[in-house]
Design a protein around this ligand. Sequence first.
Ligand SMILES: [Zn+2]
Length: 675
Amino acid sequence: MRIAVRAVLFFLVCLTRIGFAQAVHGIGRAYMDTTCAPCQDFYSYANGDWIAHARLPDSHSEVGTLDDLAMKRATTLARILDSLRSAPTVKGPEAKVAKFYSDCMDVSTIEAQGTAPIQPELKRIREVRSLADLEAEVARLHRMQIAPFFMLQALPDAKDSRHIIADISPAGLGLGDKAAYLGTDSESVASRHRYEKEIALTLQVAGESPTTAQMLAEKVMALETRLATATLGMEMGRDPAAVYHKVSLLSLGNSSSGGWSWAEYFRDMGQAGVTAVNVQEPHYLEIFEAALTDVPLPELKAYLTTRYARNATPRLGGGPIDSLLSEFGRGNLAKQSTADRSRYCVDETESHLGWIVGRIYAATAFTPSTRAKAEGMVRNIRGVLRDELKNVAWLSTDSRAEALRKLDSFVVEIGYPNKWPDYSGVEVRSASFWDNVVAANEYQTSLELARIGHAQQLDDWWPGYWPETADAYFNENLNEIVMAAGYMQPPFFDPAADDAFNYGAFGAVIGHEMTHAFDDRGRKFDSGANLREWWSAADKTAFEERSSRAIAQYDQYIAIDTLHLNGRQTLSENLADIGGLKLAYAALERSLAGKQRVALNGYTPEQRFFIAYAQSRRALDGSDYLRDKVMMNVHSPEKWRVVGPIVNMPEFAKAFRCVAGDPMTLSDAERVQLW
Ligand SMILES: [Zn+2]
C-alpha cells in the first residue's frame, strides 16, 4: 500500500525520459527510467522505459525476460529442427526428431485426418462394460501419459531417498486446483462455466449428441468437483510429510472379480512386481474408490472420454476441432501462421523427444567456458552460504552441523546432465501426428516406471526439464541443483559481461536454489536427502518467527485491483528470492575483494548488481494471467520478486543512498533475516 501511494506521487515528477543505447553486455540502460528515483520505485527505475514501450501480443499472456528466453529457445530449436528436416541424409535419433517435427508441421494431413486418429480409442472407451474394463482403460490412458483420476509416478521414497518407489497422487482435474472448483468469487464461477461448456463440446467432438453431451458434461463436472474437494489442495499438498503414506500394495485392496483391482492395474502398467506404494493422499483415494461404486458407468466413461479427447484435440485438426480449440483459446490449427506452427511443433518435439533434442541443443548452443564460469559462481556462492550457516545465530549447534553436511552433499548439474537418458527405443511411426505423440508418451512412461524398485540415479532430471529449458531447480530428494543451459544466457547470464551483472542476474538464481534446501519445505530433508526432522523445536520456532515476517510483507502487496499476494502460498519462493539475492550479493563482494571497483556507464558494481537483478525479472502480464498467477502460483509476480527481496537488504539502501522510510526500505523490525 505504502509503496503504491508513493510511487504514484513520484510519478508526477518523473518528467523526462532519457534514452540510451542498450549495452551489448551487462545491464540494459535503454530499459531504465532514470527520472524515477530508485528508492521510491526501483522496479520502474530499472525497467520503466521498457514497461512504457512493452506491448502484449494477443498470443501472449506475459512478455519479459522469461518470455525472451522462451523465444530464444524456440528460435534455436526451430533452426536445429528445420535444418534436420531438410537434410535427407539424417540418420539415427536425429531422424526420429526430424520425422516427429515434420509430421507436426504437416498441417494439411492433420486437417484431412480430422478425428480419425482418436476413433479406435474412443471406441474402446465406449466398449467398457465393467469396472474391470474401466481399470484396464485407465491403465492404457496412464501409459499414454493421460491421467484420469490419479497419476502413477516413479519417485524417490521420501524417507529413503536413494530408492525409487511407485507413487500415486491425485490427477485428472481439468481446472487444476481444488480452489478453482470451490471458489465462490465471480471469476471462479465463470471459469467453471467455461470449462463445463468445453467438456460438452469435447464430448460432441467425440461423437455425443448435443443434448447428451450437455447432460454428461454436468455429470463430469460433478465428478471432478467431488474428487477435487477430496484433495489436500495446493497449500497443504506442498507439505512433504502430509503426502507421505507408504503402504503395501495388498493394503490398497482389490475388489471381487469384475471390479477395480489395484493388482491388475499395476500389472497393466507393467509393474506386476510392485509391493509398496506411496499414496500421497489416502483420503482422495478413498473418495475415488467410492466414486467407482456409486457413479454410473456411463458417467465414468464420459469422464475418460473427456480426459482423452481433451488431451488429443490440440494434436488434431479439421472443422469441429478447429472451432472447439479456437473458442477456448487453445490454438486453432487452421489459422496458425507457419511461425506459430513451428513454435508449437518445437514445443511438441521437445516435450516428447526432449532428451534427443536436448543433446543436440547442448552441443550446438552451450559452451564449456560458460559451464566453467558458472561453476566458479556456484563455488563462490556455496562458500558464502557455508559461512552463513556457520555463523547464523538462531540455528542450534546440532542443526548447524547437519546443515553444513547437507550443503557439502549438494550435487550441482550445470547446463546438461552428466549422463544422458537412453532414448534409442522410441518409435516415430507416422500413422498420424497424434499416434507419434502417443508412442513417445508410452516410451517415456515405460522408461520412467522401469526405475521403480531401483536405486535413484544422480543424473535423473525432473520431468519436463531438458538442457534448453529456461529454468533451474533444487531437488530435495537428491540434494541436487540443476541449472539448465537454456537459462544460462542473457539477460540472466553472459560470460562476456561484468561480474556484477552475472551475480545480480544469475547469482541470485543460484542462491535461490541453494536456500531452497533450508526453507520451510527443504529443511524437512536431511543431508542424506531423506525426509527427517533434524531441527530442534527452538530452531523451528525461530525460523517460523522470521519467516512470518515474509508472509506479512508479501501479504501487503497488491498485484492488481484489490488482489493481494498470498504470503503463505508464496513463502518458500519468497524466502528463496530474499536469501538468494543476499547470498549472490555477498558472493559478488567476495569476488571483488582486493580488486578495483570499476564504475561502468556511471554505475558502481553494487548498483549494477541490483539493476541486473531487477532487469532479469522485467515482465508485463495480461490481467487474467496475473490474477491466475496470484491465485495459483507459488512464485510472486515478477515485480514483487524484485521489490520483495531488495527492501530486505540494507546493502541496496546503501548502494542507492536510500533513507529510512523510503518505500524501497524496511525497518530492522520488519526485515526478514534468515541467511
Ligand atoms: Zn524456487
